[in-house]
Design a protein around this ligand. Sequence first.
Ligand code: ZN
Length: 112
Amino acid sequence: MKLYTICEFCRSNINVKSSCSTRSELQMKEGDHLSVYCSSCNELNKKHVNDICAQANGKVLLIALIISIIVSAILWMILGAIGVISVAIIILFAQQEMKAVKSFNSYLIRRK
Ligand SMILES: [Zn+2]
């Protein structure tokens, strides 16, 4: 999962570097407002934590896909059968990722 916000000057996406998995965690760590620097127009944006959105990280899903291919290849060699395991792994990863994104985006901090 990655966090991003929209630049108010040039409307481009700004990636927010944070390891926080929930909005409340982000608020606790960074406060109500975050200062994010737009790399496209070099403007400093002051963003409320509610303006930060989460997005599924394609990289994580790709890694999950690769792992599931490797696992099913190994299983193929050992058991001679390709199971639903590889499919289950990628679905599990994707589900986890989507759940984290959904919970981040659905939880809003009360604005003061
Ligand atoms: Zn910008």
